[in-house]
Design a protein around this ligand. Structure first.
Ligand code: IMP
Length: 183
């Protein structure tokens, strides 16, 4: 779905599908260069990182494997609950592996701080983070992010995997919602 398919639901398009694709290719090239000759275990955070991980790994030339985790975050609203819970753990072991966490967006940083702490305790060889979007103003739990797609203003956005009440993940552009959607 493009923003133009459902124009009345969106206030402003922040990034078009083409801009997102171009940026993903740039980050993929950066990852390839940094991990040259190494196998990367990419850990996607469900559900939001599905699009980012799928596109990122297909743009990469490095060998990679993937695994997924699901953690609780916002429920159906737009505010962080402040509580992080593992809903689905990794299927495999990460000990001694080069792990790259792939996250959709960093808002407060709470989810990633928790994930990093949790995964680090499992003894990976290295642990880095790629986040497609980051809201610098909202970052209350600082995390060391190696790769960022875009820094964005402190607004609630949807598209490219990001949802509001489960919807809009299939929007290929990234946009803010029109006020009537929240009403
Ligand atoms: P944090 O723990 O506050 O950094 O929140 C991270 C999670 O909140 C993300 O993985 C998203 O699921 C969700 N989230 C934060 N901001 C947005 C947004 O603007 N749109 C959609 N989901 C968001």
């Amino acid at each position: 779905m493009r923003a133009s398919d459902l124009e009345q639901d969106f206030d402003r398009v922040l990034f078009t599908q083409e801009q997102v694709e171009a940026r993903v290719a740039e980050v993929a090239a950066q990852i390839d260069a940094d991990y040259e000759g190494r196998d990367i275990l990419m850990v996607g955070v469900l559900n939001g990182a599905v699009m980012t991980l799928a596109d990122l790994c297909r743009s990469m030339r490095s060998h990679m494997t993937m695994d997924w985790m699901a953690v609780s975050s916002y429920g159906a609203g737009t505010k962080s609950s402040g509580v992080v819970r593992i809903l689905k753990d990794l299927s495999g072991d990460i000990e001694g592996k080069d792990v790259l966490i792939v996250e959709d967006i960093i808002d407060t940083g709470l989810t990633l701080s928790y994930l990093v702490q949790n995964l680090r305790s499992r003894g990976p060889k290295s642990l880095e983070i790629m986040a497609m979007f980051r809201k610098p103003e909202a970052l209350t739990s600082p995390v060391d992010v190696r790769y960022v797609g875009f820094d964005i203003p402190n607004e609630f956005v949807v598209g490219y995997g990001l949802d509001y009440a489960g919807r809009y993940r299939n929007l290929t552009d990234v946009a803010t919602l029109a006020p009537h959607v929240y009403a």
